[in-house]
Design a binder for this molecule. Structure first.
Ligand code: FES
Ligand code: FE2
Length: 444
């Protein structure tokens, strides 16, 4: 059970809060590059870590992320003119460049040097493979971007990025990814083992809906779990997943050694989270719910429909199925067990459940069991890192981008072999494993 104070500590992300300051140590995915499609394109409202900001791409293609409020008389720069390498406030014409410098102040006398004394808050931005990253911390020498494998592939490599807004606290949203025992129920509850391909990972999962054993490791990058089930042979089927500071997950939807997938749960404010799915080439693209004969897991993981983005701070990447329409639950499909939840799509199923807990769940009233040990240890490590930072101790992931060079997935190991040591090679990012592609060792 988590105390009220710890729940508060973990969920609040505004400036000056322990976890908010922890987050500000890191580069953060802020927008998709396509949201600022070209030089001088329209400014975009972006909320991040409880701060209201305006993003723009200047005439040279550089990205600015500045305070919503003009430092003169606090008009919103959303209404500004994006022109000639800067964003000009339309109230009195003050103009700011991507660094936050005031480059024009036509409302003051020409001889005034007031312009040189005024700055707008501006956060550094970098673009990498379709993602605009920002750094909201205080260092003048910026830390490196994390070595997120699917965000670092060659431009011609297969890769995809998509995002979705979630109406709940970031930890709550993230915890859905490290809660392994829900897979056999929430997502695969309508499947039965007799109709599935023997030897497939989903077959093992459905046959033993809860893992038989579960082990959590604390690591330099965060936490990892291995959850195991039996197979028909001498090997053990392991599902291996990670939490990496401050808000990343790697989940085991596919095969360890082949899957290149990182997910981020970026706090927009205390009650909203932007989910990022950053995926590299994956020959086993179907992920969860494959390996069965003619059965439905209720839709693929990426099966989501959006409403058009609005210009609201909370209007980006919203799903068509949402709390207003009960996520389009199909009670008939639920009743007939065509789809266990009646909710279409794995992403949406997770979204429904984590949002249904309320925007900040009352963790004091939870009853956590042995199968929740990854959630428990991950919470503890976040709280510890936030407290350590208050004492001046920086988490190693801030300055060691190589700690993110990990992979997750499912694999078979000989009985008796420790999963963490036994998967050390397969967990390494940026390593090809052609021997696993098309393998018939039960890796279907
Ligand atoms: S409020 Fe922006 S220039 Fe006056
Ligand atoms: Fe899930």
């Amino acid at each position: 059970m988590l105390s009220v104070a710890d729940n508060e500590l973990m969920t609040r992300v505004g400036p000056g809060t322990p976890v908010g300051e922890l987050m500000r140590q890191y580069w953060i995915p802020a927008l998709m590059s396509i949201e600022l499609p070209g030089p001088d394109s329209d400014p975009v409202r972006v909320r991040l870590l409880c701060e209201d900001l305006i993003a723009f791409r200047d005439t040279d293609g550089n990205i600015g992320l500045v305070d919503n409020y003009c430092p003169h008389r606090r008009a919103s720069l959303f209404f500004g003119r994006n022109e000639e390498c800067g964003l000009r406030c339309v109230y009195h014409g003050w103009k700011f460049d991507v660094n936050g410098d005031c480059v024009d102040m036509p409302s003051e006398p020409a001889e005034s040097n007031f312009k040189d004394k005024v700055k707008i808050k501006a956060y550094a931005c970098q673009e990498r493979n379709g993602i605009i990253w920002t750094y909201m911390g205080t260092r003048t020498e910026l830390p490196p971007l994390p070595d997120i494998e699917p965000n670092m592939l060659d431009e011609d490599a297969e890769q995809s990025v998509w995002t979705a807004m979630r109406d709940c606290n970031w930890v709550q949203a993230l915890e859905g990814d490290i809660d392994t025992s829900h897979l056999g129920f929430l997502h695969l509850g309508s499947l039965d083992a007799e109709n599935m391909t023997p030897g497939s990972f989903d077959y093992f999962t459905v046959r033993e809906r809860s893992p038989l054993g579960f082990d959590v490791e604390e690591t330099d990058y965060g936490t990892s779990y291995g959850a195991w089930r039996t197979t028909d042979g001498d090997e053990i089927y392991w599902r291996i997943a990670h939490f990496l500071f401050p808000f990343y997950t790697m989940i085991p939807t596919s095969i360890l050694g082949v899957q290149v997938l990182v997910r981020a749960w970026v706090p927009i404010d205390d009650t909203h989270t932007m989910f990022w799915n950053i995926c590299g080439a994956n020959p086993f693209r179907g992920g969860i719910g494959t390996g069965k004969k003619g059965q439905q897991a209720g839709g693929a993981a990426t099966d989501v429909d959006y409403v058009p983005n609005t210009s609201d701070f909370l209007g980006r990447w919203r799903l068509e199925a949402n709390v207003e329409n009960d996520y389009k639950i199909d009670r008939e499909a639920q009743k007939t067990n065509k789809i266990y939840t009646g909710i279409t799509g794995i992403h949406l199923q997770d979204q429904v459940i984590t949002e249904s807990m309320g925007t900040i769940t009352d963790r004091v009233r939870e009853h956590l069991g042995a199968s929740d040990s990854m959630v428990i240890k991950t919470r503890r490590s976040i709280i510890n890192a936030a407290r350590s930072l208050q004492e001046g101790v920086t988490h190693p992931t801030v300055d060691h981008p190589e700690l993110y060079r990990e992979r997750s997935g499912g694999t078979l190991l000989p009985k008796g072999q420790g999963w963490f040591e036994g998967t050390a090679e397969l967990r390494k990012a940026f390593v090809d494993h052609p021997e696993l592609v098309g393998s018939d060792k039960g890796l279907k």
